[in-house]
Write a protein that binds this ligand. Structure first.
Ligand code: AMP
Length: 553
């Protein structure tokens, strides 16, 4: 509960309606709207297959515009392809594939190729160059990759492309759109062909939005389910038929246990995205249930895992379910993908942080900004403070309802409130175009994510090939993270401020950067982050461990 008047709502009567700096006047936000259904992201429109003939349905210009957005804002717009091309991909497993350099020659289904063009994707990103052929050739896959690399499309494009030609034979029966219009539709059990499991609700919605684009004009019907959204609504969507299901693990298991709602018996592709965020001992049983939920014959289900690191639990799961000859990709190296983000660390005493952030916001040109804090209370407080100073802000944290989070995200995305104050966990996976500035009002502590969390956070800006800026407030309470922060600054060729100079390792930037990450891998992680393997395969609870993500489920 925010103290600024209403539940995360801003009191319209407080303060003069002035502008601050060049920021637009604050916009009031009403969470009292109750036209349920319309605003829930899981109810977003999808292509409704109505035909019996062929594999590709008719065009639907209005839906097309809604799915893909205005032409000038589609995929390739503003992207710095030189920066993308620099992201290195290494194949580290025994099975190798040849990369594809263009979508045209990748062997995609014509309807998929058309959707890729509509999305404005002109050139595959490096992870797509390898993932697309690997998946089209029918391999299982593990990829160490982060949000921002284009990984969602890297699995959606080939998986959906392969299914497009076969949807008629494979997909479960479902009511037609016509039946729905007439009200004669009978509900069915959802029997998806593709299941994508991911940790955070916001990320699930983002994947769903990508899936809605790539399923356009196909028989494949995407759905998303996640904790916090209304059960009845989500079940109603499933009962219309579901071929591609994006789900958070808790809600997925819940639905699997309800009779007649969801069966995994037809699953052909199982994708575990951001695996390191989900797999801990507490979720072992849940994942065993998910991974073997369909009880298909061995080899019938293709498994794909994407993760920023590969902790022991993820490796164990991979060992149990993936074929021995799966493709292993290492995409980029943790710091190197962030060289397009200008990072500043400035010393700010604790009691001056509010003033500092206000001064910073009002002296910079208005731009979409995410401010990270370390507690729900701090998020509420800062939201109040900035709002009362007439800055267009909103906030989000684990105590907000799902509805409130979606409203906050929508308002941030639309630019109505271009300043978003959030805790790190809640913001996991957020992909909003044109986030120009990330401010670490509080730096993550070593107990809650450490440098890994810092890297995740600053990665919200500078998304594929865009320039971004990250500013972090530092004071003596942040000494725990100082050594790794300094190394990250060196590694990403940033200036090290004087107050951190004591943490520069002997030999300066030339010295190999040794991360203390208690590796226990199957052989190739050596704890040296100059080596492409260091960030990944064997890193358990990297640099301070992960924050529990239970609040996101
Ligand atoms: P992801 O890493 O999956 O979160 O993707 C980050 C962003 O890049 C998303 O907004 C995608 O729509 C966009 N994107 C992915 N692949 C491409 C591509 N080949 N060309 C242009 N934009 C892309």
């Amino acid at each position: 509960m925010s103290t600024n008047g209403q539940t995360n709502g801003h009191d319209a009567t407080s303060g003069p309606p002035a502008t601050v700096g060049e920021w637009a006047p604050k916009t009031d936000f009403n969470y009292e709207v109750t036209d349920d259904g319309v605003h829930w992201e899981h109810n977003a429109r999808v292509y409704e297959w109505d035909g019996d003939e062929g594999e590709v349905g008719p065009e639907h210009p209005e839906l097309e515009a809604a799915l893909f957005g205005p032409p000038e804002e589609r995929g390739g717009h503003g992207i710095n392809f030189a920066a993308i091309a620099e992201i290195k991909v290494e194949q580290v497993g025994v099975t190798k594939v040849d990369p594809v350099r263009s979508f045209d020659t990748a062997g995609l289904h014509p309807a998929m190729l058309k959707n890729v063009q509509l999305a404005g994707y002109r050139v595959p990103t490096p992870i797509q160059m390898w993932c697309i052929p690997a998946i089209l050739q029918g391999h299982d896959l593990i990829a160490i990759a982060q949000t921002g690399s284009g990984k969602t499309a890297a699995y959606l494009i080939p998986i959906l492309s392969r299914l497009m030609g076969k949807a008629k034979q494979l997909a479960a029966p479902r009511p037609t759109a016509q039946d729905f219009r007439e009200g004669s539709a009978r509900p069915v059990t959802a029997e998806p062909l593709v299941v994508i499991v991911c940790p955070a609700r916001e990320l699930a919605v983002q994947i769903f939005n990508e899936a809605r684009k790539f399923c356009y004009r196909s028989m494949l019907r995407p759905c998303v389910v996640y904790g916090g959204g209304p059960l009845r609504d989500q079940i109603a969507q499933l009962q219309r038929g579901c071929d591609v299901l994006i789900a958070s693990p808790g809600r997925l298991v819940d639905f699997m246990e309800r009779p007649g709602v969801l069966s995994l018996r037809r699953v052909k592709y199982m994708v575990i995205d951001e695996a390191d965020e989900m797999l801990d001992d507490g979720w072992r049983d849940g994942f065993t249930k998910i991974m073997s939920g369909g009880e298909q014959d061995e080899g019938d289900v293709k498994y794909m895992m994407f993760s920023a690191t590969f902790p022991a639990a993820a490796r164990q799961l991979a060992k149990e379910y993936l074929t021995d000859n799966h493709v292993r990709l290492q995409v980029g190296r943790i710091g190197s993908t962030h060289s397009n983000i200008k990072q500043d660390v400035i010393f700010v005493a604790r009691e001056l942080k509010q003033d500092a952030v206000f001064d910073m916001l009002t002296t910079m040109p208005p731009q979409r900004t995410i401010i990270f804090v370390n507690s729900k209370h701090a998020a509420d407080q800062l939201d109040d403070f900035l709002f009362n100073k007439n800055l267009p802000c909103t906030s989000m944290h684990g105590d907000r309802t799902q509805r409130e989070r979606e409203d906050a995200m929508r308002s941030f995305r639309a630019g109505t409130t271009p300043i978003l104050i959030t805790t790190g966990v809640t913001a996991r996976g957020i992909d909003v175009r044109n986030v120009m500035h990330v401010i670490n009002y509080d730096l993550p502590s070593m107990e809650h994510g450490g440098i890994q969390e810092y890297i995740h956070r600053i990665g919200r800006t500078g998304r594929i090939g865009y320039e971004g800026r990250a500013t972090s407030f530092y004071n003596e309470r942040d000494e725990g993270i100082a050594p790794l922060l300094t190394m990250t600054l060196l590694e990403t060729k940033q200036e090290v401020p004087d107050f951190l100079s004591g943490f520069v390792p002997e030999g300066g930037a030339q010295a190999p950067l040794v991360f203390d990450d208690d590796s226990d891998d199957e052989g190739n992680a050596n704890g040296t982050s100059n080596d492409a393997s260091a960030s990944g395969w064997g890193t358990d609870a990297p640099q301070g461990g992960h924050q529990p993500i239970s609040e996101a489920w």
